[in-house]
Design a protein around this ligand. Structure first.
Ligand code: GRF
Length: 194
């Protein structure tokens, strides 16, 4: 069966993007990453994607007068590459309904908390301040509400007494790199179901 064609949208380092690309290259994987788009030309992930043989391109949001016209440019690039599924991976722009509705059911995101806890930013600091025993990450489908869509998978780890937001982020990232490719593979398999 043909692999589902995936685009990863990033704004930064791209460690999740790298994990998604690598898992998609494995024999028998149900998807392949065919395109990486960044809204920031200085995103470190662009060079990593290219080194792995994936077409990577910056579409700088500052070149557009509003969010929707930037999204129209993203959408055109996605269409040109015949993309079937989008994986947001550290993509730091809020999306408008214009793009979200066009990709309904076919856009995933990873968030560094156990949603519905801590949508938004600074998740690890908030979990530590709250005295939580556990932290983790969530992969969900993207809907109009920020960090709100149906949950596809979660992974959790303990918060240790001497954790800082940075040390916790590092531990959660290890979980992210395992969880996201598994959830994306499930979504790709779902695409080919009648
Ligand atoms: C990850 O923690 C992810 O959960 C969040 O943004 C971060 C991106 O990190 N959405 P990276 O660019 O994949 O390393």
């Amino acid at each position: 069966m043909a692999k589902a064609r995936v685009a990863v949208l990033i704004s930064g380092a791209g460690s999740n993007m790298a994990a998604l690309i690598d898992a998609g290259l494995a024999p028998g994987a149900p998807y392949e990453v065919v395109l990486v788009l960044s809204n920031r030309p200085d995103a470190g992930g662009l060079a990593i994607a290219e080194a792995k043989g994936v077409t990577a391109r910056a579409i700088d949001h500052r070149d557009f007068s509003d969010r929707e016209s930037h999204e129209r440019a993203l959408h055109a690039a996605l269409g040109k590459a015949d993309v079937q599924l989008i994986a947001l991976a550290g993509y730091m722009r809020l999306l408008t309904p214009w793009l979200v509705d066009r990709w309904e059911g076919r856009m995933l995101n990873i968030h560094p908390s156990l949603l519905p806890l801590y949508p938004g930013l600074d998740t690890h600091a908030r979990a530590i301040t709250a005295g939580d025993a556990e932290a983790g990450c969530t992969v969900h489908r993207v809907t109009r509400g920020v960090d709100e869509g149906p949950i596809l998978g979660q992974a959790r780890c303990p918060i240790l007494p001497d954790d800082t937001p940075e040390s916790l982020a590092e531990r959660v990232k290890v979980l992210e790199h395992d969880l996201y490719p598994r959830c994306l593979a499930d979504a790709a398999r779902d695409l080919s179901r009648p």
